[in-house]
Design a protein around this ligand. Structure first.
Ligand code: G3P
Length: 223
């Protein structure tokens, strides 16, 4: 499992986080992770996975995997293929790619069997508590209305962070990450002070003019 606290950078389908630009971004995040001796993981598009995987030491995750076995499925990717391709972990149930509870359960259990890290995204404390019963490696709570915005979860919804950590802890001891609107070291610092074990960030790094400077600022908040 990854060293904590961790920063997961979701490249989404941003132009600056895909194609050759994804490789450059991944390399600079990898360099910063090593220089500053901190835990960073990235979640990339499946088309970019293989161009990045062998070029960096940080964990490279997928943003979504379909809950299906091998067989007659068109335009899908599954856990077995992800494992065979060297995927170390995956985001499950991101707000931009919601799944049913049964699908989440399938992916979390399969991730465990295949020795892959599962990060289940949730939208609030109640769903986080429910997901904790499935025993993923991480629960990552992101209020959907704050995703991609300028105001962070730490500033706008600190009570939601505390409630989420309590809800998860009442089921089992799973590290909770938080995300949405994370833009600077202060956002990270507050989240960690409230009990989060790391953050999930996208636009604050991927769309930044200077992503290396942006990630360094976030790391300052972890120190
Ligand atoms: O997966 C992380 C993401 O949903 C948060 O996005 O742009 O608010 O950092 P952003």
């Amino acid at each position: 499992m990854w060293k904590l606290p961790v920063i997961i950078v979701n490249f989404k389908l941003y132009h600056s986080g895909s194609g050759e630009r994804a490789l450059n971004l991944a390399k600079s995040l990898d360099r910063v992770a090593e220089e500053r001796d901190v835990s960073i993981a990235i979640a990339v598009n499946p088309l970019d996975f293989s161009r990045i995987r062998d070029e960096v030491n940080i964990p490279v995750m997928l943003q979504h995997v379909d809950p299906v076995p091998h067989g007659a499925h068109t335009g899908r990717i599954n856990m077995e293929l992800a494992k065979e391709s060297g995927v170390e972990g995956l985001l499950i149930n991101h707000s931009e790619r919601r799944l049913t509870m049964a699908d989440i359960d399938y992916l979390v259990q399969r991730a465990r069997e295949l020795d892959m890290v599962s990060v289940v995204c949730t939208n609030n404390a109640r769903v986080s508590g429910a997901v904790a019963f499935l025993n993923p490696d991480f629960v990552a709570m992101e209020p959907p209305e704050l995703i991609g915005g300028e105001v962070s979860v730490s500033t706008a919804r600190p009570e939601a962070i505390v409630e989420t950590i309590d809800a998860v802890k009442s089921v089992r001891d799973i590290p909770v990450l938080v995300g949405a609107g994370i833009k600077n070291g202060n956002d990270v610092k507050k989240a960690i002070e409230l009990g989060a074990k790391g953050v999930l960030v996208a636009s604050g790094v991927v769309k930044a003019k200077d992503p290396e400077r942006a990630i360094n600022d976030l790391i300052d908040g972890m120190m």
